[in-house]
Ligand binder design. Structure first.
Ligand SMILES: C[S@@+](CC[C@H](N)C(=O)[O-])C[C@H]1O[C@@H](n2cnc3c(N)ncnc32)[C@H](O)[C@@H]1O
Length: 306
C-alpha cells in the first residue's frame, strides 16, 4: 500500500533501525545539561529518550503497581518501554504496533532480554486491539497519538481495555492553534484534543507536565551535535559492513523522507529554511515550533473512571 501511513512508517523505520541498531526508544528526548558537551557521541543518542521515559513512569507512579499487573503499550515501537516495564517492575506487557516491519525487531529485542514470557508484541492497530475488555492496569501511549488522525477512536479503545481505576500515560505533541498534518504520518491535534477525546471516553486527565522547553533544548543539542545525517552515514558505514541491502534501504528511505518533507514544506512556503538534510531539519523545525510556543509537548496521566 504505497503512500499509506503504514508504508511510510515501514520505509522510514526500516531504514533508521538498519543503520542505528543501538536505537531502542523511538521517541524524542530530554537533554541532560551535563551531557551537552559530548552529546554528539553516537552512544549518547538513546539517553535523552530514555530519560523521557523515566519522567513518564514517575508521573504515572508505575512502581506502585504490583508485579504481574498488566500494561498495554500502544504504538510500542521496538518494545524498549515494554522491556523496562517487565524487567524493573515485573509487569506483563502487551505491545501493540501497526508497523509490521517493527514487530519482529521488537520481538527479537524482547527475546534477547529473556522476557518473551512476559512481553508480547502484536501486529495490530491501537484503535482495534486484540485484547479483552478491562484487562489492563496501565496503558502507555508514547508518541503514538500524533500518528493517529482519529483520536476519539484511539482513546475509546484504550478506555475499553483499561480496568476501572487503570491509568494511561501519554507523551504527545499538540499544536497551539489549528491542527497540522505533516507527510501523511503526523496528525498533530489542536491543544486539548486528546484530553477531550479522553474525557468523552471516560478517561479523566489527572496530571500533566509541559516539557516543551526541555524537548526543544534536546532537539537543539541534537541538531548542533553536527551533521546528524552524516553521523547516520558513518553509523551505516560501521554497522552495515557486510549488509549492503541495509545501506541501500537507508538511502532509499532517507531520500523518500526527504522528498516528502520537502513537498510538505513547499506547500507551507518554508522550503528555503530546510534545504539541507531532512531528518535534522525536521527536528530543528519541531524545536523551533516548541520554542515559539506554536506546539506543546506534554506528558499526561489519565485515570479510567469506574
Ligand atoms: C514515534 S514511534 C514511538 C514508539 C514507542 N512508543 C517508543 O516510545 O519507543 C511511534 C510508534 O507508533 C506506531 N503506530 C503508529 N500508528 C499506530 C496505530 N494506529 N496503532 C498502533 N501503533 C501505531 C508506529 O509504528 C511506531 O512504532
Amino acid at each position: 500500500m504505497p503512500g499509506s501511513v503504514e508504508a511510510l512508517h515501514t520505509e522510514f523505520f526500516n531504514a533508521l533501525v538498519a543503520v542505528l541498531p543501538q536505537l531502542d526508544h523511538l521517541h524524542y528526548g530530554l537533554s541532560d545539561p551535563d551531557d551537552r558537551a559530548i552529546w554528539g557521541a553516537p552512544r549518547r543518542l538513546a539517553q535523552g529518550p530514555a530519560s523521557l521515559f523515566e519522567r513518564l513512569i514517575r508521573l504515572g507512579d508505575v512502581q506502585s503497581l504490583p508485579p504481574g499487573a498488566v500494561a498495554v503499550d500502544v504504538g510500542c515501537g521496538l518494545a524498549a518501554s515494554g522491556v523496562q516495564l517487565a524487567r524493573r517492575f515485573g509487569l506483563v506487557v502487551e505491545g501493540i504496533n501497526l508497523t509490521e516491519a517493527q514487530v519482529p525487531l521488537a520481538r527479537a529485542r524482547v527475546a534477547a532480554a529473556g522476557l518473551s514470557a512476559q512481553v508480547r508484541v502484536h501486529h495490530a492497530d491501537g484503535r482495534a486491539m486484540p485484547l479483552p475488555d478491562s484487562c489492563a492496569d496501565l496503558a502507555l501511549l508514547v508518541e503514538c497519538a500524533f500518528h493517529v488522525p482519529d483520536k476519539d477512536r484511539l482513546m475509546a479503545e484504550i478506555a475499553r481495555v483499561l480496568k476501572p481505576g487503570g491509568r494511561l500515560l501519554v507523551a504527545d505533541q499538540e499544536r497551539v492553534g489549528p491542527p497540522l498534518e505533516v507527510m501523511g504520518m503526523f496528525f498533530f491535534g489542536a491543544e486539548g484534543t486528546l484530553a477531550r477525546a479522553g474525557e468523552a471516553a471516560g478517561l479523566s486527565l489527572t496530571a500533566q507536565e509541559d516539557v516543551s522547553a526541555e524537548i526543544a533544548a534536546w532537539m537543539s543539542d541534537y541538531a548542533r551535535a553536527g551533521d546528524y545525517p552524516a553521523r547516520l552515514g558513518l553509523a551505516a558505514w560501521a554497522s552495515v559492513g557486510g549488509r549492503p541491502s541495509a545501506a541501500a534501504a537507508f538511502l532509499r528511505g532517507s531520500r523518500r523522507f526527504d522528498t516528502l518533507i520537502r513537498a510538505e514544506l513547499a506547500a507551507r512556503g518554508a522550503q528555503e529554511r530546510f534545504a539541507e538534510s531532512p531528518i535534522r531539519r525536521l527536528r530543528e523545525h519541531t524545536a523551533q515550533e516548541l520554542r515559539e510556543g506554536v506546539s506543546r509537548y506534554v506528558l499526561q496521566r489519565y485515570t479510567r473512571l469506574g
